[in-house]
Design a protein around this ligand. Structure first.
Ligand code: UT7
Length: 326
């Protein structure tokens, strides 16, 4: 028995922030953002819309498509670095909103690799026989932790949520997983204040330490290497070559990173790498979740398709997973 994905869902906030809008906010151009990142626009959640609100909408869609109701779910995992609050966890908020009372629920803070970590955790619980069906949601409101005066970061991020319902399948399913982390490089991408190391104060607010700090060009090189290595680390033990993979669903941080990873893997990015970064920017964990959902919606994934998911992000963390669609 293997674990399969029984249904996928997504939610993107209505409000669209274009590169032209950003040209009016910071010293940037559509040309710079497009050529350096591949992003044209991103979605921004309403002020009243928290991460759990987006997560619930994505979850409901995934449940509908799986033909299951919240009472059928035995486990809820939410991957997020922008929880509604420190605690209770966003997963508990989501559990309540779905009416899945009693179901175990917890968050994981794995930044951009969170969806793959979440799928991997759920896979273990299902294969181990403790639970039958799990709901894995990746949801982020990065606009709430973005410094809107810092052109080096504010052009990159967006808000959104993606979800999957997992359960046992007789054919296909998750074939392999490869997760990793390197905490020694954590300072390259962080949100410094608000935790026990640097509790919130007037000074932390004045110094904008509650927003994302990123050393983009250093991260770029790590991203290419770590995503390539992560992919290799899951495909090689399965005896899979690049040709055996039908589609790659990567974390969408930068189209240039993805082209470089594809080149290292020896695949044609136009043919095999799924991209939606132009519409949504980098939504951290939600990026690969929404990308998977849209690839299914567009018919790029159907029964028998071998999908490689591949992500890299804050921590630093990375994760890759191969699933044969059921
Ligand atoms: O989600 C997972 C973790 N994140 C990543 O993996 C992100 C990885 N990094 C990247 O995607 C890229 O490094 C960025 C898109 C963040 C930046 O692209 P880059 O080609 O590495 O640019 P850079 O940081 O080296 O900056 C080049 C120039 C600088 O000007 P000078 O020093 O050459 O005069 C920046 O000040 O571009 C300037 N710049 C901008 N110019 C116009 C930085 N941001 C902007 C901007 N508009 N928005």
């Amino acid at each position: 028995m293997r674990t399969g994905i029984l249904g996928v869902g997504k939610y993107l906030p209505e409000s669209v922030l274009t590169n032209a809008d950003l040209e009016r906010m910071v010293d940037t151009t559509d040309e710079w953002i497009t050529t350096r990142t591949g992003i044209k626009e991103r979605r921004i959640a309403a002020q009243t819309e928290a991460t759990s609100d987006m997560a619930v909408k994505a979850a409901r869609m995934a449940l509908d498509r799986a033909g299951l109701s919240p009472s059928d779910i035995d486990l809820i995992i939410v991957a997020t670095i922008t929880p509604d609050m420190f605690f209770p966890s966003t997963a508990c908020v989501v559990q309540d909103k779905l009416g899945a009372h009693g179901t175990p629920a917890f968050d994981i803070a794995v930044a951009c690799s969170g969806y793959i970590y979440g799928l991997a955790i759920a896979d273990q619980f299902i294969k181990g026989g403790l639970y039958r069906n799990a709901l894995v949601i990746a949801a982020e409101k990065l606009s709430s932790v973005t410094d809107w005066e810092d052109r080096s970061t504010c052009v990159l991020f967006g808000d959104g949520a993606g979800a999957a319902v997992l359960g046992p399948v007789e054919e296909g399913g998750i074939l392999g997983v490869n997760l990793g982390a390197d905490g020694s490089k954590g300072e390259l991408l962080q949100l410094p204040a608000g935790g026990s190391r640097m509790p919130a104060s007037i000074k932390t607010v004045e110094n904008k330490l509650h927003t994302i700090k990123m050393e983009g060009n250093v991260l770029f090189k790590h991203a290419v290497k770590m995503m390539s290595d992560a992919a290799k680390g899951v495909t090689e033990p399965l005896g899979l070559k690049a040709d055996d993979i039908d589609i790659i669903i990567p974390h969408q941080a930068n189209v240039r990173i993805l082209n470089a990873v594809a080149k290292k893997m020896g695949v044609d990015p136009d043919e095999k790498v799924y991209l939606n970064i132009s519409k949504y920017g980098n939504m951290s964990a939600a990026s690969s979740a929404v990308a998977l959902t849209e690839a299914v919606e567009e018919g790029r994934i159907s029964k028998g398709t071998k999908v490689l998911m591949d992500a890299f992000g804050g921590g630093l963390t990375w994760g890759a997973l191969v699933i044969e669609w059921s």
